[in-house]
Design a protein around this ligand. Structure first.
Ligand SMILES: O=C(CO)[C@H](O)[C@H](O)COP(=O)(O)O
Length: 179
């Protein structure tokens, strides 16, 4: 998580990144020094907020990357709906299943409600999950509708990383085939 994603769009694009996912929590406040949510309800703040993520999505696309938006565990899923439904939308939503910061944390199964909501509302959206994913948690995430998996510890800590990747992949493919 970075606090000023717009600073990184150009360097990431130049470095060859194919996708760029920003946190909704920073996109809404990047151009303001005002704390969410106390003043967000005013029309002016709503406009600043909307302009901010729309500009960010546009700039990510202009550098040839796929835009995505991420939300922290405490952020309601409804907050990303406008970004998925925008004229110039994000193409991926990342549901954090731990607090962003570091690997090795415990998967939060209660985040699966967000995944289910998104999958029901947007059947073809790429939905990513990040944090605590491995053989013991993949099935619940995949069956909720996640199709992009970020896994660190379970792969890098495994004696056979390839085998773990296969388990994750099979679970996601199995769930997709059911739907
Ligand atoms: O950096 C993270 C959070 O900010 C990720 O959760 C992490 O990269 C994934 O690691 P792990 O699979 O160990 O949870």
């Amino acid at each position: 998580m970075v606090t000023k994603p717009s600073d990184y769009v150009e360097p990431f694009g130049k470095a060859g990144a194919s996708g760029f996912t920003f946190h909704i929590e920073v996109a809404r406040g990047e151009h303001t020094s005002v704390e969410w949510p106390s003043i967000f309800s005013s029309p002016l703040m709503e406009k600043l907020y909307a302009d901010n993520w729309q500009d960010l999505i546009q700039s990510i696309k202009s550098k040839g990357m796929r835009p995505g938006v991420s939300l922290r565990p405490g952020t309601p899923v409804e907050e990303v709906f406008p970004l998925v439904e925008a004229e110039n939308p994000v193409e991926l939503v990342l549901v954090m299943t731990v607090e962003p910061g570091f690997g090795g944390q415990k998967f939060m199964p209660e985040m699966m409600d967000k995944v289910r909501t998104l999958r029901k509302k947007y059947p073809s959206l790429d939905i990513e999950v990040d944090g605590g994913l491995g053989p013991s948690t993949i099935d619940v995430a995949a069956s909720a509708g996640a199709n992009c998996i970020v896994a660190g510890s379970s792969i890098f800590g495994a004696a056979d990383p390839g085998a773990i990747i296969s388990v994750l992949r099979k679970s996601v493919e199995g769930s997709q085939n059911k739907n």
